[in-house]
Design a protein around this ligand. Structure first.
Ligand code: NAG
Ligand code: NAG
Length: 635
């Protein structure tokens, strides 16, 4: 799970909320009412008392089928999605404490891919889990890639994506007894790129499989702290002869760079006028696909100041729509297979981000330089403020902001809604649409106790495990059929073909330093100045100053006042940023709101990787008398 990147901060600009979209509302049904949801924790293998060889004793697991690590620590426990029957969840775990070989239990060692029962039953041996990758013969897992994140069951049910590998059970359903280690092959995924004239495996990250089981989407960091996103086709090569992965492999071919030079920027200039483009693409990080695969889901350019949202783009038409609107931060997301629902991990309800994003319908001009900090304040180190939110497929609209999946409970230690348990990536729907699975980690370490508002909790899970797997049943729903998958072409009409050796196109649409005017869609205008605070003009500008006069993009949200922000990247760490921020904006009409910094300004230093809030001065948003303040330093 990674987030909006420096490339977004530097390159991507944002827009506002939109009359064009309003017209769409005529076709959009009224939002659904809240529905009953029951949440339970699913069993995982037992926790080993230590990492010592043999610590997983017969007392702890009499069937000798493994014990897992208590801490998240050095690996990424990750739960994925359901098997087609909806009765199993695919999970990456780390087995520890196995006895030495030749003890048969010695195979339950290290990071492995397992299926967990989700229906209260067990596999034939009495376990609630089954290891898919343990004991696969060496000759059938040549050059296994160490990356094991984002586990995912293919729609066909007989294969799984396991990080940068495909686990293939030779036509058997993974959950069936016929699927054994002897039948299983694990193949690395290979993306041919050319570096220094030599073909080698590229560095994709966060791979997401299209529901057609053939196409893939992924993100990849650039060398300069940015990120690009891609779409390609998976093709098996039993006998590769090029590159540095010379074993049977799945290749990513027919690669598209998810970039349209005509639509790369939310804001462009026409002379001295800034134009807002609702149809800008600007994919910052790929999040996956809709349920039928007709859309790519991504974190892209913001639509309102400091409000990170998820958008969707149609794979063929290139039509873009905004899925979330709540001022809080959204990130991991998954659709139901019929596109009718999605579940998103979001900080909404925590009020974490409201101090900077709570005022609605400010065009995201300062986002030209504040996106990285706005996406970095969403969590406090490993205390995430994410909870799963169920939203219908049309997305947030009006005052509809979905329903928290795990809202019920008394909030006590270990309760379903215990705020010390925080959502992680990715959630998923069962194919019949009646169940959601998600996982959470408990806050540990620096991020609890002391100044932090919540004490250091002791996990109430089995063995005090620091993570838990949760199943939500949508009890009023009836099972729905799986609709046909969208027939996606290899070359997306709006994307850029990107065969091995391609160069990244140079973006000519980006705004340059200067003075501009932006007209409100409803009324008023904004004067915008992009300047450089240093004599070094190489970054173009590092300061955005905006004055609003009766500016409104949305009826009833009238802005007056100003903002001025300077952003400094604290090299050599390209993720570390200092912003010097001054705001004094008033909003009138539907709400009476202010967004104000203290007289000395608000000065925030934050590293987008560490996420430790460090500010002097204050930024406060007040909406109809309710004040939203920034978190205390270090929390
Ligand atoms: C905004 O207005 C103030 C005075 O009202 C002025 O000093 C400042 O230069 C203006 N900024 C912009 C970007 O127009
Ligand atoms: C907090 O930020 C300031 C710059 O505003 C910096 O001088 C200071 O070292 C930072 N403190 C921590 C603990 O990182």
């Amino acid at each position: 799970m990674h987030f909006v990147t420096a490339s977004l901060a530097l390159n991507i600009i944002a827009g506002a909320a939109l009359p064009a979209r309003k017209a769409l509302y005529y076709d959009i049904p009224p939002p659904p009412s809240p529905e009953p949801i029951e949440v339970i924790e699913l069993p995982l293998p037992p926790v080993a008392p230590s990492l010592e060889t043999g610590a997983c004793t017969l007392d702890i697991n009499p069937r000798k089928t493994g014990c897992i690590q208590r801490e998240l620590g050095d690996y990424e426990f990750q739960a994925g999605d359901f098997s087609p029957d909806g009765n199993h969840i695919i999970v990456n775990v780390k087995f520890v404490g196995a006895p030495k070989a030749p003890d048969p239990a010695s195979i339950y060692d290290g990071e492995q891919l397992i299926l967990v029962k989700a229906d209260g039953t067990t596999f034939n041996n009495g376990d609630t889990w089954k290891c898919l990758s343990c004991a696969v013969p060496e000759g059938q897992q040549k050059l296994l890639d160490p990356q094991r994140d984002y586990p995912h069951v293919f729609r066909s049910g007989d294969k799984a994506l396991w990080g940068h590998n495909v686990l293939d059970c030779n036509g058997h359903q993974l959950a069936s007894d016929e699927c054994t280690a002897q039948d299983t092959h694990i193949y690395p995924i290979y993306w041919a790129v050319i570096q220094d004239g030599v073909e080698k495996n590229g560095a994709p990250r966060e791979l997401r499989l299209h529901p057609d089981d053939i196409h893939f989407g992924w993100s990849s960091f650039t060398n300069s702290g940015g990120q690009n996103t891609f779409f390609g086709r998976l093709q098996f090569n039993a006998n590769p002869e090029t590159g540095n992965i010379l074993a049977p492999r799945y290749e990513l071919v027919d690669v598209n760079l998810l970039y349209d030079p005509a639509r790369s920027q939310r804001l462009t200039a026409k002379g001295k006028k800034i134009m807002i483009h609702d149809d800008a693409i600007g994919i910052g990080e790929l999040r996956g696909f809709s349920g039928t695969g007709d859309e790519i889901i991504y974190i892209g350019p913001t639509w309102e100041a400091n409000n990170i949202d998820v958008s969707a783009i149609h794979v063929v038409t290139g039509v873009v729509r905004r899925l979330t609107e709540h001022p809080e931060y959204t990130d991991p997301i998954a659709f139901s297979v019929d596109n009718k629902w999605f579940v998103a991990m979001d900080t909404r309800g925590s009020n974490r981000q409201m101090f900077m994003s709570g005022m609605r319908h400010i065009p995201p001009l300062i986002d030209l330089i504040t996106v990285t900090v706005a996406s970095s304040t969403r969590n406090n180190g490993n205390r995430r403020f994410f909870q799963p939110i169920l939203i219908d497929g049309y997305g947030d609209r009006g005052d509809y902001f979905g329903q928290q999946v795990n809202a019920e409970g008394d909030g006590s230690a270990g309760a379903v809604n215990d705020p010390n348990w925080n959502g992680r990536a990715d959630p998923a729907f069962s194919h019949d649409g009646t169940k959601i699975v998600y996982w959470q980690a408990i806050v540990t370490g620096r991020e609890c106790g002391g100044l932090n508002p919540l004490p250091c909790p002791v996990p109430t899970t089995q063995g005090q495990r620091e993570y838990r797997l949760m199943l939500a049943r949508l009890t009023s729903r009836t099972p729905q059929p799986v609709p046909p998958v969208f027939d996606v072409p290899d070359q997306l009409p709006w994307a850029t073909p990107f065969p091995p050796g391609s160069n990244f196109p140079k973006d000519s649409q980006r705004l340059v330093a200067g003075s501009y005017t932006l007209r409100g869609r409803i009324s008023g205008h904004a004067i915008v100045k992009l300047t450089s605070s240093t004599s070094d003009q190489s970054r173009g500008y590092d300061t955005v100053a905006v004055n609003y006069t009766n500016y409104a993009d949305v009826e009833g949200y009238i802005l007056n006042g100003w903002e001025k922000v300077t952003s400094t990247i604290l090299l050599p760490n390209p993720w570390d940023t200092l912003v010097d921020w001054y705001s004094d904006i008033e909003e009138t009409g539907v709400v009476s709101a202010t967004k104000r910094t203290s007289p000395d300004g608000f000065h925030l230093q934050i590293d987008a990787v560490a996420n430790i809030f460090n500010a002097t001065g204050t930024l406060t948003t007040t909406i109809n008398g309710v004040q939203y303040k920034q978190p205390a330093n270090g929390t």
